[in-house]
Design a protein around this ligand. Structure first.
Ligand code: NZQ
Ligand code: ZN
Length: 388
């Protein structure tokens, strides 16, 4: 196992009818800003219920945070925070609203140019850089990203999607009531299953370091998602099954399974370019890239791919290579069984557009990816060709 430091201060409030906890954990004298997306949380009546729980606190609202949240939208909310002396934000929505809120919390009182905050890459923004950060809680309505229990965000601006990392932006609390996701369209539930699955593989399918517990945590999440995936897509109000998607998605990216193990976020990095260039949903970009990446990188990842085949997919017959081939093919089959297409061409992307994707990876400095920084632009090109 590699050395690690694990820190996660977010309180999780899990289960049905937990909105009352907002009153307990939002300071009684706070000026609150509720942030939300395109309106699903208004339509479902959730925002109205939250306002009742907030009682006498002074409350402002900021709606319209779009999927893959945009810098300029978020800066408008940061202005409201300053103008109204907001001292607590409540993010109500999926990964985009929560990520966007993390950025608002950082940008509102930042003394420099907020665009700087997008230029840090994977370096963590510290209190030396941002001296005052607004605290926030979340009410999660879409189980997928893990943003409700991590401190990362992905923000869209000008020419791409930018990671923003900081220990200052863990939610103070997150309410995980699976019934709040019953109104999701099927495709968003399928997206959630795939996003959680790929977050797990990116911290698992690298090379062995003897981290037995992290491996088994990861295998447990993957097997749970495989078991419940189709049911939770097709039975939107099956509570027990949905609880398992919620908790799997949260644990897939709250730091636990990634502690002390090598990681390979190349699928996400290539995927972000596909969202930016073609507007493909985040999780769908992952379903396109992951099977192709595993194929191209199968020699480097041989030992863990074999473990994945045997322990996640229970493939016990055939040669090692045959087992791996079958596991990759079952992974693709799993994504497709949820209604998610796994080929670039199925999303209208043409072979002649691959060059442009590679150029974008280059422009964003994504030239040495993978668990050993040995995944270069040629590797990405090969993966994209295989993904057509
Ligand atoms: O905007 P509204 O009207 O709320 O509609 C949303 C949106 O259109 C809808 N929705 C959410 N909850 C609903 C609902 N519709 C009906 N009923 C509900 N209960 O779902 C649509 C998609 O929402 P979005 O928040 O964009 O989806 P998701 O949670 O998949 O988030 C994707 C974003 O998260 C980032 C991605 O890059 C992308 O920007 N990620 C963040 C990560 C992190 N912070 O750790 C990691 C991830 O890898 C990911 O990169
Ligand atoms: Zn993701």
């Amino acid at each position: 196992m590699q050395n690690f430091e694990f820190y996660n201060p977010t309180r999780i409030i899990f289960g049905k009818d937990r909105l009352d906890s907002i009153d307990k954990y939002v300071p009684a004298d706070a000026n609150v800003l509720i942030t939300y997306g395109g309106g699903s949380a208004v339509k479902s009546g959730l925002i109205a219920k939250i306002k009742i729980v907030l009682g006498k606190r002074k409350v402002e609202e900021f709606g319209g945070i779009e999927p893959n949240p945009h810098f300029h939208t978020l800066m408008k909310a940061a202005e409201i925070v300053k103008k109204n002396k907001i001292d607590f934000i409540l993010a109500v929505g999926g990964g985009s609203v929560i990520d966007g809120t993390k950025f608002i919390c950082l940008a509102a009182h930042y003394e420099g140019d907020p665009e700087d905050l997008l230029k840090m890459g994977f370096r963590r923004i510290t209190s030396d850089v941002v001296k005052k950060v607004v605290p926030f809680g979340t009410v999660l309505t879409l189980p997928a990203t893990g943003s409700e229990m991590n401190s990362g965000a992905v923000i869209s601006h000008n020419d791409g999607k930018y990671p923003v990392m900081s220990d200052l932006t863990f939610p103070v609390f997150s309410i995980l009531d699976p019934t709040l996701s019953f109104t999701l369209p099927k495709i968003q539930v399928a997206n959630g299953v795939v996003d959680a699955f790929v977050h797990t593989t990116e911290q698992y399918l690298t090379y062995p370091v003897g981290a037995r517990l992290q491996d088994r945590f990861a295998e447990g999440i993957l097997q749970t998602l495989i078991e419940i995936g189709e049911t939770t897509v097709n039975e939107p109000d099956n509570y027990i099954v949905r609880t398992n998607l919620y908790w799997s998605a949260t644990l897939a990216l709250n730091g636990l399974i990634g502690a002390g193990v090598p990681q390979d976020w190349a699928t996400h990095m290539i995927g972000h370019e596909l969202t930016f260039l073609f507007g493909i949903d985040h999780a769908q970009t992952l379903a396109i890239i992951l099977p192709a990446l595993l194929e191209v990188r199968r020699k480097k990842k041989h030992a863990k791919l074999l473990q994945y085949a045997e322990r996640v997919w229970n493939i016990t017959t055939g040669t090692e290579d045959e087992k791996i081939t079958k596991a990759i093919s079952q992974t693709r089959g799993f994504f497709e069984s949820l209604g998610i297409k796994t080929r670039l061409s199925e999303y209208g992307v043409k072979a002649e557009q691959l060059d442009n994707i590679v150029q974008h990876l280059k422009a964003h400095g994504l030239t040495a990816l993978g668990e050993a920084d040995d995944h270069n632009l040629e590797t990405s090109r090969e993966i994209l060709e295989k993904a057509m």
